[in-house]
Ligand binder design. Structure first.
Ligand code: FES
Length: 503
């Protein structure tokens, strides 16, 4: 075997098998409008990564805590890149834009022998989301790095020796929303439960022997964002907050708690790995001190002078977004309020509002409101950052009325720059393949992001998707929790039908 896994922090690894080295998701510099930082600080490993003569680089997806542009600019451009072959080709485009030429595009479940006796297999999230995991396999040893990727549960590989996967949140919901504290706490608890449930499923289905907690949480070092480091009241727990829960749910899986710089040495199959602690090991951080050390980094967000946004700029931005996504916007309309500093605009989206109006502040009831500084909105309008990045930065506060996730609206904002992704969202909604189970005939793939509902939980008149835990009424298909998209479902078991009449 002779395999070494060195942890770089967050979702980063260096995997060495004999004479072959693979660098995975190295992240060191702040992400998402200078708001996210690796936790604990891993900067002491930066020189080692710059000096590494890696044969391959694998970056799982374009989120900036994985695709670290500032770091990638400094890497040797001749490195071979194991590149997830996404529909939008945006990852490949970005790599080429940085000067990398040696891309090896890999489709879902496509394998490549990267060195004698070492195979890499790509696992994509085949939904409209573009994310991936990588299976590295040597003689008798299988390391599956799922980072924060949600490959369909039915397609995950099994007999995994070491699984690396996310346990902590990496989303703006619910902490960016304007909920009262008691509601916020309930929502945070629900998301944390879902995160653990997803992890437990992954560990069980892959039959992992060992689990490496990874891919989060990040920390926030800009003083205005520091409250998001609260490990009890946010969806960003550290492993010690949730490890007992995991141990109860998966007693057969041993969690290997690594810190940046630590190494795992695998010698022979069935043998316990040797865990070498890094001499520079940081188990936790004094966040005030860390924030002072990185003041120049997060301070960059404030360096550029604020420039006012003209209504014409907003109008042009949303008109372009709508034009690019016409296929996605039939019968769609949405009333949105944007507030940036002391300015507020009403944006009416949808084909019915082709000549939509942007006005000054006046009373009306928008379904979604966005509050942010003009700096954030400026970066979006100028195309330097997308809504996905702005929302992940936690520099936007959201309010929605009613309190229901609108996947089409959020899809337009998050993926509208890559219309191939919004097109895929439509395909997922209208996919016609069905399955029969529990006396029901229902669509096989979740209308939200295509999870295989063969693995759905069906209980007490409710169908629950195992991925993001949307719930539907079993009798009507109405979405009762999570989003707005209905599920096509029909009760076919005569006993169930009789029971419903009886009820
Ligand atoms: S895939 Fe998101 S709820 Fe089903």
């Amino acid at each position: 075997m002779d395999t070494i896994i060195r942890y770089l922090g967050h979702a980063g690894f260096i995997v060495i098998h004999r004479h072959t080295t693979i660098l995975v998701d190295p992240w060191f510099f702040p992400a998402f409008l200078k708001s996210w930082f690796p936790y604990p600080d891993n900067r002491f490993l930066l020189d080692a990564v710059y000096g590494l003569k890696a044969d391959y680089l694998y970056v799982s997806h374009l989120h900036q805590d994985h695709f670290d542009r500032r770091l990638l600019e400094r890497l040797d451009k001749s490195i071979k890149i194991l590149a997830p072959n996404y529909r939008s080709r945006s990852l490949a485009r970005k790599f080429r834009g940085l000067g990398f030429e040696n891309l090896i595009p890999l489709d879902h479940k496509q394998s490549i022998e990267v060195a004698p006796g070492l195979t890499a297999t790509m696992y994509l999230d085949t939904s409209h989301k573009e994310d991936s995991g990588l299976l590295l396999e040597t003689d008798g040893f299988r390391f599956l790095d799922l980072n924060d990727c949600n490959t369909r549960i039915s397609e995950l590989p099994t007999d995994i020796d070491v699984l690396a996967a996310q346990y902590s949140g990496a989303m703006w919901y619910p902490n960016c929303y304007d909920y009262p504290p008691d509601v916020m706490l309930q929502k945070v608890e629900a998301v944390r439960r879902d995160l653990m449930d997803t992890l437990v499923r992954k560990a069980r289905i892959t039959k992992a022997r060992y689990y490496i907690p990874s891919a989060g949480p990040a920390c926030f070092l800009d003083p205005v964002l520091m409250h998001y480091n609260d490990r009890d009241r946010t969806i960003f727990p550290i492993w010690e907050n949730v490890s007992d829960e995991f141990a109860v749910a998966c007693p057969e899986v041993e969690a290997l708690r690594l810190q940046p710089g630590d190494r795992l040495l695998f010698d022979k199959p069935e043998q316990e790995p040797v865990h070498e602690l890094s001499a520079d090991r940081r188990v936790s951080e004094d966040l005030d001190d860390y924030s002072r050390r990185r003041k120049d980094d997060w301070g960059e967000f404030y360096r550029e002078a604020e420039r006012p946004i003209a209504p014409e700029e907003l109008e042009a931005y949303f008109a372009r977004l709508q034009r690019r996504n016409k296929h996605f916007l039939a019968d769609f309309s949405k009333d949105v309020r944007l507030v940036a500093g002391s300015n507020a605009w009403r944006v009416q989206l949808g084909q019915l509002a082709e000549h939509f109006v942007i006005e000054g502040e006046e009373p009306y009831d928008p379904e979604y409101s966005f509050f942010m500084s003009p700096r954030v909105l400026r970066q979006i309008i100028d195309g330097r950052e997308g809504w996905e990045e702005a929302l992940l930065s936690m520099r936007v506060v959201l309010k929605r009325e009613p309190d229901i996730f609108d996947s089409r609206f959020m899809g337009l904002l998050r993926y509208g720059n890559e219309p191939v992704q919004t097109l895929q969202m439509l395909r997922e909604t209208y996919n016609t393949e069905t399955i029969e189970r529990d006396g029901l005939r229902m669509q096989r793939f979740c209308p939200h992001a295509g999870e295989d509902l063969t693995y759905a939980i069906v209980c007490d008149g409710v169908i629950e998707c195992p991925r993001h835990h949307w719930k539907w009424n079993l009798w009507t298909g109405e979405c009762i929790d999570g989003g707005t998209l209905p599920l096509r479902v029909e009760v076919i078991d005569p006993n169930l039908l009789r029971q419903s009449r009886h009820d």
